[in-house]
Design a protein around this ligand. Structure first.
Ligand SMILES: Nc1ncnc2c1ncn2[C@@H]1O[C@H](COP(=O)(O)OP(=O)(O)OP(=O)(O)O)[C@@H](O)[C@H]1O
Ligand SMILES: [Mg+2]
Length: 487
């Protein structure tokens, strides 16, 4: 250290003598910055570490040090006031210095304290000691930046973003979550996330979490799926849920991103309903228009055939062939009409399933049995059509993919509840995730009538499709699923 008033011996506070060599070793200890200022806060000297940092030689003069712009005018003023303080006053000040070295801004934190020389000189000096916090500061700055970016994302996200700890306690709840679930963040923080789910998910949630933490087997985490959410007012809505996991040490944290898909579902329902209605209309037109026309033509042909038989017997065979063709046309238009409009009346729903089973047996040469109770009250033709199409797809999959030999269709009604089961003895499949369109539409149809769909597959032992509809005893039959044609 280049000092103007070197002392050959100094002493530490307790009075233990310290020689100049030891004092210099302390002053130049790595990382420690020392700057000595006079009572006007002008540079006197600096230790080796600070000189190195300022890219100055070890014999740099006070003017060289001053040229580095260590202090601002305001800081110099504060320090000179500190130097002028009466003895006995608290005389220290922490400050951040921002010199620039080769255009690289530095950030130094320094504590200034005043020292007085012994008589006779009694000169006052300010001793500034501290550290380079440039790296720590830039790390802190970038952490602060990324924190504010994350906060901006959370605040402006359209989707609800909720984080929870491994007990399921909510840690953060962004504004979109408040909008979707109608809770303020303060009302849910530290409460169990299951409060945002209706039954049966509400009761199953904790068991599911424990199960996951014990076995690592995930049903939603890292997968994402459509589930039902529950708002503060108790109403429920369909939502798409994606859950990610972060592990810190032994602790697991979960981030859920939730999108309210009520509108999409409503539109899907609308589209399906329109297409169902259109099919029904075409089916009726075929039956009532083309079908009746062909029936009329067949009657005329038959009458003509009788006349021809007597007047020109050689043409009678050809006429019979024409009648046969017309009758084939009638049968085909009926088939088409039935395919487009499989459930024309809820009363005859069991017959519709029976027809489907018979056609399946005939077409694929397998055994297809049906046990079907009458549909419960409150189930409309539109609901019945959805149920029929679910059976149709399940049977189709059993034959096409499962190579099943036996398919059992069962529809049981208990009061206003209904349980449909389609079981096959085919090859099954290992995983129900991310499959084709059929299962997806099946699932959608179940949702459209307010039912739950479950697909159980045991490889080598077949697939069971279960669709359960529970209708509240006192429910008015005017939910979106119940507004279909009930004629
Ligand atoms: N009963 C079943 N037995 C064996 N595998 C099945 C059965 N049902 C579905 N699968 C498997 O699940 C997949 C998805 O079925 P899904 O009905 O969604 O689509 P798909 O039948 O392949 O095509 P799409 O129904 O759109 O014509 C099938 O490809 C098949 O691998
Ligand atoms: Mg299919």
């Amino acid at each position: 250290m280049k000092a103007r008033h070197p002392q050959s011996q100094t002493s530490c506070r307790r009075g233990i003598p310290m020689d100049a060599f030891l004092a210099a070793a302390v002053i130049d200890s790595p990382g420690l910055l020392v700057l000595v200022l006079d009572r006007h806060a002008r540079a006197v000297c600096a230790n080796r570490t600070l000189l190195d940092m300022l890219k100055l030689p070890s014999d740099a003069s006070p003017t060289d040090i001053e040229a580095c712009g260590l202090l601002t005018t305001a800081q110099r003023l504060k320090l000179s006031k500190l130097a002028a303080a009466k003895p006995g006053h608290a005389a220290s000040r922490r400050m951040t210095l921002n010199p620039k070295v080769a255009d690289r801004p530095l950030r130094l934190t320094m504590e200034a304290a005043i020292t007085r020389q012994a008589p006779p000189s009694r000169r006052r000096y300010l001793i500034l000691t501290g550290f380079d916090i440039t790296a720590a500061q830039s790390l802190q700055d970038s952490l602060r930046r990324s924190e504010s970016q994350i906060r901006a994302i959370l605040e402006t996200a359209v989707d609800a973003i909720i984080t929870a700890d491994q007990r399921g306690c909510i840690q953060t709840f962004n504004p979109a979550a408040s909008r979707i679930f109608q809770y303020k963040a303060a009302e849910v923080i530290n409460r169990n996330v299951s409060m945002l789910m209706p039954e049966p998910y509400h009761s199953e949630h904790d068991r599911y979490m424990q199960n996951y933490l014990r076995t690592g087997r995930a049903k939603i985490i890292g997968i994402g799926r459509e589930v039902i959410g529950r708002r503060k007012d108790g109403s429920t809505f369909p939502m798409y849920l994606a859950v990610g996991e972060q592990i810190h040490g032994q602790r697991h944290f979960f981030t859920a991103i939730i999108r309210d898909i009520s509108e999409r579902k409503r539109m899907e329902h609308e589209i399906l309903h329109i297409s169902e209605r259109e099919q029904q209309r075409i089916g009726q037109d075929l039956h009532d228009g083309l079908g009746q026309l062909l029936t009329g033509a067949a009657l005329h042909a038959k009458a003509l055939g009788g006349l021809l038989g007597r007047a020109a017997p050689e043409l009678a065979d050809r006429m019979n062939r024409v009648i046969e063709l017309i009758n084939d046309g009638i049968a085909q238009s009926r088939e088409l009409s039935r395919g487009l409009q499989p459930v024309s009346d809820c009363q005859v729903f069991p017959t519709s399933l029976q027809d489907l089973a018979e056609r399946t047996e005939k077409l694929f040469d397998i055994e297809c049995s049906v046990r079907c109770d009458p549909l419960p009250p409150g189930v409309t033709v539109s609901d019945g059509t959805h149920i029929y199409r679910i059976v149709q797809e399940a049977v189709h999959n059993a034959v096409r993919h499962g190579k099943a030999r036996h398919v059992q269709i069962s529809l049981k009604t208990l009061g206003r509840n209904l349980k449909l089961t389609v079981r096959d003895d085919g090859v099954g499949f290992p995983d129900v995730r991310g499959r084709g369109l059929g299962l997806h539409i099946m699932n959608y149809r179940a949702g459209a009538i307010g039912a739950l769909l479950e697909i159980r597959s045991t490889p080598g032992r077949g697939v069971t499709v279960i669709c359960s509809l529970s209708q509240p005893e006192n429910a008015a039959d005017n939910s979106p699923a119940k507004t279909g044609n009930s004629s």
